[in-house]
Write a protein that binds this ligand. Structure first.
Ligand code: RFL
Length: 402
């Protein structure tokens, strides 16, 4: 780099530089700020966008406890709804699991992710936290040393180099954190489940007082409440489907069919306000620390939305990392940081295992030589879930557990 280039790059610093203002980055930022650790959040999008990105909605009890422990549960305590029943619809009829009352079951709290993000952001900013919107991390360097840097491009095109003691990559699977890993430093375990979903948000009240999972010869369909007048639906679709190729009428007709509305009651229709195609993929990076760089949330592991674990893992990992960073920076105890990766990975693999089990329960095996055999196993798995109290207890524990 020439001297004149150096002259144009502004420098700034924070002890912990956090990239990404999703649930992971914002829980981490709030916890660090409260402990008096100097930090900054660098976010590619604008505040409006961050606060309105509808995604997850089911918070596990452990996630709620983490947020309660740190006084970050104001909004969800006031507006979140308790939810403890799911309903499976299959060719053999339907059955309900009152998972809140089974085994070690507890209820979920239904609270839209973007509202949680808005709450976390509000609390952080009100407490004096530093955040830069419209600021994209383009590279993270010197992670092997004690002064890593994050180079960002701001909205006006200005380049700024942030220097910190640590960098937390909370910027998802396509972020700068993953790109900064030197080749060979981290293993990536990846699985493409070969299944795609059309993820939908409808301006319509929930149609069932339960999470609905429909297994149908034409493919999976799902129903999840979000609020009194917004419902998330999923429709399994062919790989490569263009979301706009489905009209609202196509969507509702197909949902009616797969959810067996004729047999079990009509779905309440409304305008479809979001359509996204999601290829069900999972990956885990191992380890989650490389020198001064830590991977958190979707940057650490991508989990398919089949069991609603992604946002929950992000919150849990952020708490583990925050406590470890505070121990290091405030108390001079680096030990907990050395355990961050292993502790987070324990949770991640547990969640991956259950998510994978759900994917195999909800979708027919395709493209394999033994598809008919797999289908027999799937049928038997569903029958066991319908009839075995032990299996139902196991399901309840894993469905809400983190
Ligand atoms: P996020 O929320 O993606 O936030 C990352 C942030 O980083 C920013 N960013 C950058 N900023 C600066 N520089 C860069 N180079 C950057 N690159 C990216 C982004 O703008 C963004 O603001 O990651 P985080 O914090 O790790 O949180 C993960 C969760 O968002 C995710 O796992 C869940 O949404 C997954 N998920 C669900 N999880 C659940 O626990 N329960 C659910 O019910 C649930 N439903 C879902 C979901 C994900 C879905 N999609 C989008 C696949 C439903 C859907 C449709």
């Amino acid at each position: 780099m020439t001297e004149s280039t150096h002259a144009r790059v502004a420098e700034d610093s924070a002890e912990v530089v956090i990239v990404g203002a999703g649930p992971a980055g914002l829980v981490l930022a709030n916890l660090l700020l409260r402990a008096g650790v100097d930090c900054v959040v660098l976010e590619r999008s604008g505040r409006d966008d961050v606060e309105n990105r509808a995604r997850a909605g089911f918070l596990a009890p452990e996630t709620v406890r983490v947020l309660q422990r740190h006084g970050l549960d104001g909004g969800l305590s006031r507006r979140g709804q308790q939810h403890g029943v799911c309903e499976f619809r299959t060719v053999d009829g339907r059955f309900r699991l009152d998972y809140e009352r089974l085994g070690k079951g507890e209820p979920h709290t239904v609270y839209p992710q973007h509202e949680l993000v808005a709450d976390l952001l509000g609390q952080y900013v009100d407490a004096g936290g530093r955040v830069r919107f419209d600021t994209e991390a383009v590279s993270i360097d010197d992670i092997g040393g004690s002064a890593p840097t994050v180079t960002v491009r701001e909205a006006d095109g200005r380049t700024v180099r942030w220097r910190g003691r640590y960098v937390a990559a909370c910027d998802g699977r396509h972020g700068a954190g993953r790109r900064a890993l030197p080749p060979g430093a981290v293993r990536r375990h990846h699985r493409d489940h070969g299944v795609s979903w059309l993820g939908l948000l409808a301006e319509a009240p929930p149609s069932i007082d339960a999470v609905g999972y429909a297994v149908h010869p034409r493919g999976f369909a799902g129903h999840m409440a979000r609020s009194a007048d917004i419902t998330r639906y999923y429709l399994q679709c062919a790989r490569g489907t263009r979301p706009e190729s489905w009209t609202d009428k196509d969507i509702w007709d197909e949902l009616d069919l797969r959810m067996r509305a004729e047999e079990f009651g009509p779905l309440t229709r409304g305008r479809v306000i979001q359509r996204t195609v999601i290829d069900l993929e999972s990956d885990v990076l191992e380890p989650l620390r490389h020198g001064a760089l830590f991977l958190v949330g979707d940057a650490a592991a991508l989990i398919s939305p089949s069991a609603a674990k992604g946002a929950n893992l992000a919150v849990l990992e952020a708490e583990i990392l925050a406590l470890a960073l505070v121990a290091d920076l405030n108390d001079g105890d680096p030990e907990p940081l050395t355990h961050y990766s292993a502790r987070a990975l324990d949770h991640i693999w547990r969640a991956q295992e259950f998510s994978h089990w759900m994917i195999r329960l909800l979708h027919a095996a395709t493209g394999t030589d033994d598809a008919a055999f797999q289908e027999g196993l799937r049928h038997s798995r569903m029958a066991s879930l319908r009839t075995s109290a032990g299996h139902q207890d196991w399901f309840a524990e894993n469905y809400v557990g983190m």
